[in-house]
Design a protein around this ligand. Structure first.
Ligand SMILES: O=C(O)CC1=NCN=C1
Ligand SMILES: [Zn+2]
Length: 419
């Protein structure tokens, strides 16, 4: 089904635009009442009022979905996930419930290193199968593009294995996966106390292969106290830029290290987490046009303070939202949960949260020209809700309001058919 008409939408939420929206622009969704979107060969060819569009179209050449009484939006972009991993850390979750902190668990050899052990042991087939199941779940929440990170290998073989699995997902699963190299996710046991040498290893041995084989579009780093310093992060990311990769940072998640300032200095595509970001860092992100990708699910799961989303938008930042889906600090792919947390605890408006999960999420993966809005020329990535307004997404707390998902003009999820 490549030629498709989705017509009579109660609200056609276009999120019109081909770049990140910042500050006040984030509230502008450009909603068309009684709207229709036309998709041909997977690309949007018309968007507008139903009467005007359907007057000239011969519907017999198309599949037709009547979206009467339903809201229609661009497919959601989950721009920060740790999609490919082996093993789980449910035990650690119960340790955190009794009071152990995320960093305490990490420092005693658990955390990311725990997942590294399981991922190094897992076969590519096992990693592929588990990641496909997670992508299927993400689609049911309306996600049509996912950013996935490596970072559970911390050696050349397994980092490459994770990135190869994401390449294979792109070939075998309808969701588009944008790959990020996160070799600097933690210091592996074999380099304990020798962090600078580990950064050297990544620069000399892994980055060249990732770049040569085009295994990733971005390079990311866990810029955090007791993980990688601002200077170590700068050294790695500058080298990644020389290799032609875009850069992202896990910045100011646990302590205010200055990751936001570094992201602005480097012209990163996004700075992520920002729970502890300083006023100066936030202002620097706004001025540099770096997308502030907020992950309230992680704050919720770690019982940590939420990032200052309202302040960031008022300072002129472009804010994106994402799940941070990973086996340790935030094991969820629930878009509605993140939506609800953003509007209830970070004081975003519902309109700003929609922008943050569409066009700004697209900008955070460098694809605001292809996805993230219902504009002519963009991919036909569309979400149809069961309800007449986008306002139901956070209102129906934690429950998916998604009825149908279309990826490049193809129906890839249908709650009605499943019932
Ligand atoms: O704990 C994990 O596996 C993911 C994570 N990286 C940095 N913060 C959370
Ligand atoms: Zn993360």
């Amino acid at each position: 089904m490549k030629n498709l008409i989705i017509k009579n939408a109660a609200e056609l939420v276009t999120c019109r635009g081909n770049r990140a929206k910042k500050g006040r622009e984030m509230s502008e969704l450009h909603v068309i009442p009684d709207g229709t979107v036309v998709i041909e060969d997977g690309i949007i060819t018309a968007v507008g009022n139903s009467q005007e569009i359907c007057a000239y179209l011969d519907e017999s050449n198309y599949e037709v979905i009547d979206a009467s009484g339903k809201a229609v939006l661009p497919g959601f972009v989950d721009s920060h996930t740790h999609l490919v991993f082996g093993g789980y850390r449910a035990e650690e979750f119960s340790w955190r419930l009794r009071g152990d902190s995320y960093m305490e668990i990490m420092q005693r050899g658990g955390g990311i290193i725990n997942t590294v052990k399981a991922t190094r042991q897992a076969s590519k087939a096992e990693l592929l199968a588990s990641a496909k199941k997670r992508l299927d779940s993400m689609v049911s929440f309306g996600v049509t593009t996912v950013e996935g990170k490596s970072g559970y290998g911390l050696d050349d073989e397994t980092e490459i294995k994770q990135l190869e699995v994401m390449q294979q997902l792109n070939e075998e699963h309808p969701v588009d996966v944008v790959s990020t190299f996160l070799g600097a996710h933690a210091v592996p046991n074999e380099y304990k106390g020798r962090e600078d040498e580990f950064i050297d290893f990544l620069i000399d041995k892994v980055l060249p292969v990732v770049s040569e084989r085009k295994l990733a579009e971005f390079c990311d780093v866990f810029c955090e106290q007791n993980v990688f310093s601002v200077e170590q992060s700068r050294r790695l990311l500058r080298k990644a830029q020389e290799f032609g990769l875009g850069v992202k940072l896990h910045a100011d998640e646990i302590v205010q290290l200055g990751g936001a300032e570094l992201a602005a200095e480097l012209g990163a595509v996004s700075a992520d987490h920002l729970l502890q970001a300083s006023d100066a860092g936030i202002k620097a992100l706004a001025e540099a046009g770096v997308v502030a990708t907020l992950l309230p699910g992680t704050a919720f799961s770690l019982k940590a303070p939420y990032a200052r989303g309202r302040f960031m938008i008022d300072q002129g930042c472009a804010v994106a939202l994402a799940t941070d889906m990973n086996p340790g600090s935030c094991f969820t792919e629930s878009i509605p949960l993140i939506f609800a947390l953003a509007v209830l605890y970070m004081n975003l408006s519902i309109e700003e949260a929609v922008t943050a999960f569409t066009i700004n999420g697209a900008a955070a993966v460098g694809r605001a020209d292809k996805i993230g809005s219902l504009d002519v020329g963009k991919y036909g990535d569309v979400v149809i809700l069961e309800f007449p307004s986008y306002k139901y997404i956070p209102y129906h707390i934690g429950v998916s309001t998604v009825e149908k998902v279309i990826k490049r003009g193809v129906l890839v999820f249908d709650k009605v058919k499943l019932s």
